[in-house]
Design a binder for this molecule. Structure first.
Ligand code: IPE
Length: 258
């Protein structure tokens, strides 16, 4: 079926970290205030693709069921329960995006290891933007060879960036960048090249279902390898969210191929 529509380009892919929109210490606990604040900031940006994380919804269920991004699982009940948790979180966030004036349109990352799937998703995203809605997706449970696996939002950003080639990918977090000292928010690294990001990733550990900050830095490096600038900034700072999505230099960590 031909789809003769005006498809549009992407100004930025924005990953809204689960740490920002949920309370990570408490299972299934959403931070609706934070969702509302970040939604208002995003409503002032250009043409975005929004990807959100799982935080205390997806990760708590996935971890309790032994589901992760590495390796397939045949746990049908666990896969269904994890997807339901993500659905609940997503509904809350979509409401806030909508209340802020965006027109969110949810799509799913159902076959994370299929190139054809991502080709189709990228083409759908372009068409959705051309139709005036904001494509939204989230870290999810996908189907792969041998069963189910978790696909994190950071991985989704890489797969979409490979195809959409936006000028930038922005990771919104609950800290103002990649920190040298996790207890000191002012210790963020200003700039890394892809190799520097990979070296830093190797020294960090990942404690959740998708590898935490270490995996995030590896994905950021792969995105920067494409020639796409990556910013890791605080999602609690509206000026930095606006700069990061609109083309300025926000406070935070930039990963760029020099
Ligand atoms: C996790 O997505 C999704 C599930 C566990 C189902 P992310 O890995 O993108 O989530 P955050 O941003 O780290 O919370």
């Amino acid at each position: 079926m031909g789809v003769p529509m005006s498809s549009a380009s992407v100004d930025a892919i924005v990953k809204v970290g689960g740490s920002l929109i949920t309370r990570k210490s408490e299972p299934m606990s959403a931070d609706v205030e934070a969702m509302s604040e970040v939604s208002r900031a995003l409503s002032r940006a250009g043409r975005l693709v929004v990807v959100h994380g799982g935080g205390s919804f997806g990760h708590s269920v996935a971890l309790s069921r032994g589901l992760s991004s590495s390796g397939a699982s045949r746990d049908a009940e666990g896969a269904s329960a994890t997807r339901l948790a993500m659905h609940e979180l997503s509904t809350l966030f979509l409401r806030e995006l909508s209340a802020a004036g965006l027109r969110p349109f949810l799509i799913h990352a159902s076959r994370p290891d299929s190139a054809e799937f991502w080709d189709g998703a990228a083409s759908l995203v372009r068409d959705l933007l051309g139709l005036g809605v904001t494509p939204v997706t989230h870290g999810d449970v996908g189907v792969t060879r041998g069963g189910f696996r978790i696909v994190g939002g950071d991985e989704i950003c890489l797969r979409l960036a490979e195809r959409l080639r936006p000028p930038r990918v922005v990771f919104l977090m609950d800290v103002p960048g990649v920190l040298r000292d996790p207890r000191d928010p002012s210790s963020y690294v200003e700039e890394l090249d892809p190799d520097g990001a990979r070296a830093m990733a190797a020294g960090l550990s990942g404690a959740d279902a998708t590898g935490g900050i270490s995996a995030k830095l590896s994905f950021a490096a792969s995105i920067a390898d494409l020639g796409v600038d990556v910013y890791l900034v605080s999602g609690r700072s509206t000026p930095d969210v606006l700069k990061a999505t609109a083309g300025g230099r926000p406070r935070g960590t930039m990963v760029r191929d020099r």
